[in-house]
Design a protein around this ligand. Structure first.
Ligand SMILES: [Zn+2]
Length: 93
């Protein structure tokens, strides 16, 4: 069996540990990000008087929208075909 150099193995372990710690930080960041997104959707739902669980955020710019982007309500518009403000679909050519 090959004998590994002690110092190299130590440095390798340090780097492995760093990757592991960053994985944990990313996972925590993802959780915090999801909470922030949920809070945003809850507030949007409150403003629009709609269930935030049904709201879908579009990516098109939308002048009449409080988010400045299209918003769809999937409870009445399953296929995000009609923005609540400009009535445009989410998929456009
Ligand atoms: Zn729109």
């Amino acid at each position: 069996m090959k004998k590994w150099d002690g110092k190299s193995v130590y440095q390798l372990e340090q780097r492995r540990q760093r990757v592991h710690n960053l994985d944990i930080a990313l996972s925590e960041l993802g959780r915090v990000r999801n909470e922030a997104r949920q809070s945003y959707l809850d507030e949007l739902g409150r403003i629009l008087e709609r269930d935030p669980r049904n709201l879908e955020l579009g990516s098109w710019e939308c002048e009449g929208s409080p988010t400045k982007s299209c918003v769809y309500d999937l409870s009445t518009d399953e296929r995000d075909d009609e923005c609540l403000f400009c009535e445009q679909p989410s998929e456009r050519k």
